[in-house]
Write a protein that binds this ligand. Structure first.
Ligand SMILES: [Cu+2]
Length: 349
């Protein structure tokens, strides 16, 4: 385990060192892959170790812990853990509340609220120019109104999906910024592919890519009405996904000075230009919105709630990149393993 100090500024703009602010460690994460081959009665299993880089930000009553996980299968996860103390309110002795607030104890309520975290992902996937596609699962109607798989279509379209079992994934390439203002959709298995159309995967002859998808937690919609002061100042929160053409001064999704701002800064104003984002230098912005409905178990300190997204290789590698992870016995007893496998090691050189 390794820690780094962080250098920040205090309220007067003076430098402030926070000791041991950033943590780096590895941890076990269960099974990475396994298979039992019944034909030869052979087992292969590899354990999953992930590299973790984390820091915790305490803001008033809440503690927000931020984690980056790097996995051996080439995937990367960005996670927020919410903990600390809920802001609560008091009620009359026999008063009950539900809806806008929930009871967490006698005469003790927790107000409904949301936490929105924006992640700025400045992609350079095998080069500067990238493209984003949305992928949705589609089922096909019986008969002639189904998916037209041209150029593989048979001439008799009445034969499309005669058994009602056809399904496919539909890909939509985002051309301009306003095409890419999207929400998650768990029922269609929605995810987004960031691809480099100028670099082809040698195994598939398709563009190299990574997927962006929600992982843990429920990413809810931002509940504020359009035109409200919250929706104007935190306009970035109105969509889960945004894609912009890269600009050096576009760093903060709510703009440089969100406090007391009349609104409209950041992502909504930048994307008003509707710049081209297909095969361009792009930035992907992903929001995670936690809706917090209080329960008594949140008090007096909140057990962590997790929200995360994952970036997974999708045609970036030619095969499972964790195929070469050694088995446990090789890690635990290297000398013994070397003796047992001397022959194959000699063969491998
Ligand atoms: Cu909360």
């Amino acid at each position: 385990m390794h820690y780094w100090d962080a250098l920040l500024n205090d309220g007067d703009g003076e430098p402030q060192v926070i000791p041991n602010a950033i943590c780096l460690h590895e941890e076990d994460y269960g099974t990475l892959w396994r298979h039992h081959d019944w034909r030869v009665d052979d087992d292969e299993v590899r354990r999953n170790r992930r590299l973790v880089i984390s820091f915790i930000s305490t803001i008033g009553n809440y503690d927000f812990a931020f984690y980056w996980y790097f996995y051996q299968d080439g995937s990367i996860e960005g996670q927020v853990r919410l903990t600390g103390c809920n802001a609560t309110g008091l009620l009359e002795t026999d008063q009950q509340e539900t809806g806008y607030a929930e009871m967490v104890g006698p005469s003790h309520k927790s107000m409904l609220h949301q936490h929105v975290f924006n992640c700025r992902l400045d992609f350079e996937l095998d080069g500067r120019r990238n493209t984003v596609r949305e992928v949705n699962l589609k089922s096909v109607d019986y008969g002639p109104d189904g998916y037209d798989p041209t150029p593989h279509a048979e001439s008799d379209r009445m034969r499309l999906n005669p058994h009602g079992n056809a399904a496919y994934v539909e890909r939509t390439r985002f051309e301009r910024e306003k095409d890419a203002q999207r929400m998650t959709n768990t029922h269609s298995g929605r995810y987004w592919e960031i691809i480099n159309e100028d670099v082809l995967n040698e195994a598939t002859a398709s563009p190299v890519g990574y997927r962006l998808r929600g992982k843990s937690g429920t990413n809810t919609a931002f509940a504020m009405q359009p035109g409200s002061s919250m929706a104007k100042r935190a306009g970035f929160a109105m969509n889960h996904l945004w894609v912009t053409q890269h600009a050096d001064d576009e760093i903060y999704p709510a703009g440089e000075y969100p406090n007391q701002n009349p609104g409209g800064e950041g992502l909504p104003s930048w994307t008003a230009e509707n710049r081209s984002i297909a095969n361009e230098d792009i930035v992907v912005w992903y929001n995670m919105c936690q809706t917090h409905v209080g329960v008594p178990e949140d008090w007096p300190v909140l057990p962590v709630k997790m929200l995360s997204f994952k970036l997974e290789p999708a045609g970036f590698f030619e095969e499972n990149p964790s195929i070469d992870v050694p088995p446990e016995h090789a890690i635990k007893n290297v000398e013994h393993w070397k003796t047992e496998n001397q022959e194959s090691m000699d063969f491998d050189g």
